[in-house]
Design a protein around this ligand. Structure first.
Ligand SMILES: [Fe+2]
Length: 293
């Protein structure tokens, strides 16, 4: 779905807050984002996810997929920490810390269904909130996203030392994780912001739903008690986040020192990295199908 310039910027131009030239410049920039980023195949045509959603993945492919995802989930912490350290403002640092702290197990503190009487269920991704802030939130080991993946792995016969380490990553997965650290975690805020923007649009492209559909079909067919909440939780949070992407882009664009070329370069490079991850998974499932014949 192409990005559209929000009404807010037109209003700001109309009431003189920004010049019509600035509004025009921004409009052209959004058009470039559409041409140069939103057309990337990882956003428009993710073959692995499209195939996975049909529910045809067998145990070997699902197991490989979960292991690769667990490596990404753990190594993402490095990229997110770099992004936090390299943030260009205190607000940026806090926004990055929100994600980092939440990843490792600090729950968002919005009062709601995650406040449960049953302590056994605290940190359960089925009920953990997707809104609020980690500021004042409770830390639970069990609320770490990696632990949600561990509980999936357990059902598939994977132990703690079978998942999440660099040594478990395929070359494609490791390339993706290293690009995350280098670009998403870049010291240059323009490059890092371009990468962030790319990652957000990739995540909003609907792949979580495809993964949930495929995993649900798999667990029913195999009659497995496979918890899907790692995936359903991320799908829920993406749905609510997608609406903010344009506001964030607008704010960034009018910040001093914004560099359009670096931003787009960071975005493209990051999308190529993301693409490598999915192509790696796609190649594995194709090879597994041939071996199975
Ligand atoms: Fe996560």
């Amino acid at each position: 779905m192409p990005l559209t310039v929000s009404q807010a910027i037109l209003d700001r131009a109309a009431n003189g807050e920004i010049s019509t030239q600035d509004a025009d410049r921004f409009r052209k920039f959004v058009a470039r984002c559409n041409d140069e980023l939103m057309t990337h195949p990882v956003i428009t045509d993710n073959r692995f996810c499209r195939w996975f959603a049909t529910g045809r993945a067998d145990r070997e492919v699902v197991t490989h997929f979960i292991v690769q995802f667990s490596v990404f989930s753990n190594l993402f912490l490095i990229a997110q920490l770099l992004k936090t350290i390299n943030a260009g403002s205190l607000e940026g640092m806090r926004a990055s810390k929100e994600i980092l702290a939440n990843e490792i197990g600090v729950m968002f503190n919005k009062p709601g269904p995650d406040h449960v009487d049953d302590p056994e269920r605290e940190g359960d991704p089925d009920i953990v909130s997707i809104q609020g802030s980690v500021d004042g939130g409770t830390f639970r080991f069990r609320a770490a996203h990696f632990e949600w993946l561990l509980s999936m792995g357990e059902v598939l016969g994977l132990g703690f030392n079978d998942m999440g380490k660099r040594r478990h990553g395929s070359p494609a997965t490791l390339f993706f994780c290293d690009q995350l650290a280098a670009i998403y975690g870049s010291e240059d805020p323009n490059i890092a912001e371009g990468a962030s923007f790319a990652v957000e649009n990739w995540a909003a492209a609907g792949f979580w739903k495809q993964l949930v559909a495929g995993l649900d079909a798999f667990r029913k067919r195999e009659n497995l008690d496979l918890p899907l909440a790692f995936f359903t939780w991320h799908d829920r949070i993406e749905d609510q986040h997608a609406g903010h992407v344009m506001d964030e882009l607008e704010e960034l664009y009018f910040t001093d020192g914004f560099d359009e070329e670096k931003f787009l370069w960071g975005g493209r490079e990051m999308l190529d990295g993301v693409q490598a991850f999915w192509v790696g998974l796609d190649e594995f499932r194709i090879a597994a199908a041939y071996e199975g014949d």
